[in-house]
Design a protein around this ligand. Structure first.
Ligand code: NAD
Ligand code: TYD
Length: 354
């Protein structure tokens, strides 16, 4: 079996659903259930013995030691993190606690567990750390995309905390020989995405008749990848990646934010037109920019393609259509995640009128 952390979150939940759709290898899901963790995303696995949920913190040494000793997983995949840049600007402490200190404790538990393994089990064991392209900092319009050799230049408390965790993971390989793998992926989108991030926020606000807040001039560029393609990349790296290596994962799909928002509006105009006949784009509102906002991210995914044969299955056009359809078909999920805590965040970030 494998231990997956943070699998009640957006990418982790998609990963577990895809994993169990393709294999009978059980998953232990360790998740703290922060505001971003939502077991509703995994409700299709209710009663499925292949998914074992454990409520807890990656930084809880006693708990993680016990889980590793009891279940003896062949791999640990670490998704658990605080993941939202805007929240890291308002309050960085949780990011340091989970992303840096939590990852450190998890690495210590995993190192101790790996030390007890012998022979084939020891040779085959892997710790896969899921990270982000944001650790590389920002690009100028004509710069080539990030390769794995790009220097780390994180600019937000979020990306700095992820960079710190990547460095710890790297150090545990070089110092202790722990068989680690790191993936640095671009912006994901798709089902079960918490509506504080750009694409789900725009869909949910558009349908609710609310403003669509675009930061600054809306010309910041991100490289978007459909979440299931990220999951297939992680499976492939786990299967065939070389310990100690890092792999950049991306969709070769750079777009300015305003183009993303206009695409979402156009799809909603087609699939769920406004009753008054107006386009959803009339709800777009330019708001104050994010402090320290990175202008452009872009991933060079040549290495994972060349060495492991991975490439994305979806184009942006197919992936965004599936995503908008999913949100239209799963309004109950959206309502369920819009808890009191979520409302407080929206008021803090966008003002009480949003
Ligand atoms: P998310 O915020 O949706 O989910 C994070 C999950 O981790 C939640 O279920 C939360 O409850 C859990 N968690 C938080 N702190 C924990 C702790 N201390 N112990 C155990 N569980 C804890 O995040 P996501 O978008 O699914 O991202 C998952 C991982 O992928 C993160 O490490 C993130 O940095 C990375 N990543 C995300 C993107 C993206 O576009 N979303 C892109 C590249 C990399
Ligand atoms: P986000 O989804 O928060 O991801 P990240 O900051 O990790 O890239 O934001 C994606 C882009 O969209 C980023 O450039 C910030 C911008 N954005 C807005 O313009 N308005 C919003 O309300 C949000 C949440 C993001």
């Amino acid at each position: 079996m494998i231990l997956v952390t943070g699998a009640a979150g957006f990418i982790g939940a998609n990963f577990v659903l895809d994993w169990l759709a393709q294999s009978d290898e059980p998953v232990i899901n360790l998740d703290k259930l922060t505001y971003a963790g939502n077991l509703q995303s995994l409700s299709s696995l209710d009663g499925d013995a292949r998914h074992v949920f454990v409520h807890g913190d990656i930084g809880d040494r006693a708990l993680v030691d016990r889980l590793l000793a009891e279940h003896r997983p062949r791999a640990v995949v670490n998704f658990a993190a605080e993941s939202h840049v805007d929240r890291s600007i308002h309050g960085p402490e949780d990011f340091i606690q989970t992303n840096v200190v939590g990852t450190f404790h998890l690495l210590e538990s995993v190192r101790a567990h790996w030390g007890t393994l012998e022979g084939e089990a020891r040779a085959a064991f892997r710790f896969l750390h899921v990270s982000t392209d944001e650790v590389y900092g920002t690009l100028k319009p004509t710069d080539p995309p990030f390769t794995e050799n790009h220097p780390y230049e994180p600019n937000s408390p979020y990306s700095a905390s992820k960079a710190a965790s990547d460095h710890l993971v790297r150090a545990y390989h070089h110092t202790y020989g722990l068989p680690v793998l790191t993936t640095n992926c671009s912006n994901n989108y798709g089902p079960y995405h918490f509506p504080e991030k750009l694409i789900p926020l725009m869909i949910v606000n558009a349908l609710a008749g609310k403003p669509l807040p675009v930061y600054g001039d809306g010309m910041q560029v991100r490289d978007w990848l459909f979440v299931k393609d990220h999951c297939s990349a992680i499976r492939r790296v786990l299967e065939a990646g070389t310990p100690g290596e890092t792999y950049n994962v991306g969709g070769w799909n750079e777009k300015p934010n305003i183009e993303i928002v206009n695409t979402v509006c156009a799809l909603l105009d087609e699939m769920s037109p406004r009753a008054d006949g107006q386009g959803y784009a009339t709800q777009i509102t330019y708001v104050k920019d994010r402090p320290g906002h990175d202008r452009r991210y872009a991933i060079d995914a040549t290495k994972i393609h060349r060495e492991l044969g991975w490439k994305p299955a979806e184009t942006f056009e197919t992936g965004i259509r599936k995503t908008v359809r999913w949100y239209l078909d799963n309004q109950a999920w959206v309502q369920q995640v819009q808890s009191g805590e979520y409302r407080q965040w929206v008021d803090k970030q966008y003002g009480a009128k949003a």
